[in-house]
Design a protein around this ligand. Structure first.
Ligand SMILES: Nc1ncnc2c1ncn2[C@@H]1O[C@H](COP(=O)(O)OP(=O)(O)OP(=O)(O)O)[C@@H](O)[C@H]1O
Ligand SMILES: [Mg+2]
Length: 157
């Protein structure tokens, strides 16, 4: 189990920032956790790690929002999706995220577990409450095997 504890929102952002370093162009990351678990906070950290300069907030009125990146990982665009309000799997499929991200982008999808069948091999990050107001972050998914070394370091940080 790859887990990291975040006592504060800023630690969740730091976890996202370090997580960005192990992403590769084409990656899809599905985020799950209750309302207010810290999914957007984690994306803000990933955005920081990928060199996004604009502010990252919840993509409320559009299901997906692109952010231009500046980094050395070959990731030019971060697609931030929130499919909480998607009416159906077909609606998520129609976003064509897997088409958008090939070669030079990554996608982070809030409430992504509800749409998992739409995506291929992914990383999943699940946020749960600890008993002191903080969060546990657990990483799983098919891509873990190929990133095991970097993820183990991430978890130990
Ligand atoms: N590790 C943490 N410890 C304590 N508070 C945290 C932690 N991580 C995030 N938070 C706080 O949790 C609140 C909700 O965060 P956020 O908006 O990121 O959640 P979310 O999962 O995206 O919510 P939604 O389901 O509405 O999209 C914010 O006030 C944020 O600062
Ligand atoms: Mg959110």
């Amino acid at each position: 189990m790859i887990e990291r504890h975040c006592a504060t929102a800023e630690q969740t952002r730091a976890a996202g920032e370090e997580f960005a370093a192990l992403l590769r162009p084409g990656d899809v990351v599905l985020l799950s956790g209750r309302l207010g678990a810290g999914k957007t906070t984690f994306v803000q950290g990933v955005a920081r790690g990928l060199g996004v300069s604009e502010r990252v907030t919840s993509p409320t009125f559009t299901l997906v929002r692109p952010h231009a990146c500046s980094n050395k990982h070959g990731v030019a665009t971060l697609y931030h999706a929130d499919v909480y309000r998607a009416g159906s799997l077909a609606e998520v499929f129609d976003l064509d995220l897997t088409e958008l991200i090939d070669e030079s982008a990554v996608a982070l999808v809030e409430w992504g577990e509800t749409a998992a069948p739409v995506f291929g091999e992914v990383l999943t990050v699940t946020l749960t409450d600890d008993d002191a107001g903080g969060r546990h972050l657990a990483v799983a998914g098919a891509l873990v095997a190929t990133r095991a070394h970097a993820l183990t370091r991430w978890a130990g940080a």
